[in-house]
Ligand binder design. Sequence first.
Ligand SMILES: NC(=O)c1ccc[n+]([C@@H]2O[C@H](COP(=O)([O-])OP(=O)(O)OC[C@H]3O[C@@H](n4cnc5c(N)ncnc54)[C@H](OP(=O)(O)O)[C@@H]3O)[C@@H](O)[C@H]2O)c1
Length: 181
Amino acid sequence: MKISVYIATSLDGFIAREDGDIEWLHNSGHGDVDKSEDFGYEALMSSVDALVMGRNTYEKVLSFGGEWPYGKKPVFVLTNNGVEIPKRISDTVSSLSGSPQKIVKEMEKLGHRHIYLDGGITIQKFLEAGLVDELTITKIPVLIGTGIPLFGPLSKDVKMKHLQTNTFDNGFVQSRYEVIK
Ligand SMILES: NC(=O)c1ccc[n+]([C@@H]2O[C@H](COP(=O)([O-])OP(=O)(O)OC[C@H]3O[C@@H](n4cnc5c(N)ncnc54)[C@H](OP(=O)(O)O)[C@@H]3O)[C@@H](O)[C@H]2O)c1
């Protein structure tokens, strides 16, 4: 089982403003980047079997309305409190709770081999549990001062091996790391 994180942060390490706003993600590039540039998103999506995301991230994606961005990929929403899943996506979206270890076991039981993990709190819990294999972090050239952080407290250091860094003409800097286990 491989678990990958693919996420964008401000230069000061936030994934969203305190109120969940992520507009700055789209407005903070400077200079031109090819319209077809997707920053490796499709390559990642085509390599994963399923997504596991926190309830806050799910509700944010849902709030955008329009077409469900994950197509027919199974999406597991983590929540201890339950979540509303609209009928139009209920054949691919379901909710789940439990420790990261339990969630990974369930994914394995379902035959999933590569998971895209999303959401700040969710990523922090899986990192603490030693269950993240790879992180791709796209640094957006903006400081937003306060917000929802990507990383948080850990009971021990998590060492990373740097695999690759790509820079884009709009100032985005994307680095890929493997978690050393
Ligand atoms: N910059 C980016 O690329 C990017 C990417 C993703 C998300 N975001 C933004 O980040 C924000 C969301 O991140 P977030 O840190 O607030 O949280 P999150 O990880 O999306 O959601 C946290 C919630 O997930 C549930 N959860 C997590 N682990 C669980 C587990 N093991 N078992 C049961 N439930 C679990 C809990 O829900 P309950 O409270 O229901 O129990 C928890 O409150 C949104 O604004 C989103 O737009 C940005």
